[in-house]
Design a protein. Sequence first.
Length: 358
Amino acid sequence: MIDGLGRRQVSDGVSDTQGPVLVTGGTGSFGSTMVRRLLATDISEVRVLSRDEAKQDALRRELADSRVRFHVGDVRDSRSVEDAMTGVAHVFHAAALKQVPSCEFFPMQAVLTNVTGSDNVIRAAERAGVQSVVCLSTDKAVYPINAMGISKAMMEKVAQSHARTYGTRGTTVSITRYGNVMYSRGSVIPVFVEQIRSGHPLTVTDPDMTRFLMSLDESVDLVEYAFSNAVAGDLFVRKAPACTVLDLAVATASIFGVEHPDLRVLGVRHGEKLYESLLSREELQKADDRGDYFRVPLDARGLEYELFFDEGERRVVQDDYTSHNTRRLDVDEVKTILRSLPPIRRELAAAGIAVEDD
């Protein structure tokens, strides 16, 4: 169902689509979680596009669901994207290079996947008559200082450019931006768990560094919210708490029975910030606060700036929305969140530690 402004109603749900749903990067941490969420509905077909055939084979065996169709390909290759896109109704675009140090050393690889690859996905979706594409971005795209963040910021610009060009006439392309996803493949938490298991010191970059905390399920909730509510060019952010890297290390050690862990400070790595931002102050000025989410509408002005002017008082925002000024969790609160994560619960059970429900 589409309302008068071209928005999908939340009640429709992804399962009510009139065709397959494609997840690019569908074998990654987010992508595979999205696939499982989709398969929990009565959806008829889910397509997975990724370049890792080993991960595809492992996921195929794990899911054992005939509704999943696997496409070996790369978003850098426009033809493989077009082949996977045929007949698709909606796309969740999660394929990306996400490791900050890797992108720092090989920035053009980040450009090819995160910028050119995203352009390939959006263009193929438009040509195939896809109804909507939700693109996954990162907090590192706000005032970016590293190649990964810069490439993701450019991905956002590509998506917004499409929205300016096509408006409500074509595929609805929207953006979600979120911070660190706990226990994803790029998360430090599995590293801490392995170091605790091996009896090694916990390695931290800077004890005062802060990071947003979001679970995989919450990141999927954000993407589904964008799917259900987006107007072309919208950017959505889910509000999230944060903690210091030190408190995260101490909390992880504590739930595994190590109350005073040895710590080794490594220093800030290539391209890292002391804190992350989910929204800039400029974006906050025009953001729509929707409780658990912020929606930032597209700036749809053209190049004839003399035709536009501001009327009335503009809302003044002094600060960005960052991991330094969001709600800060203490060690006990972080422990509660960690114990709720299925991978942590499995690790605790394997270690013979009773799983507490806080």
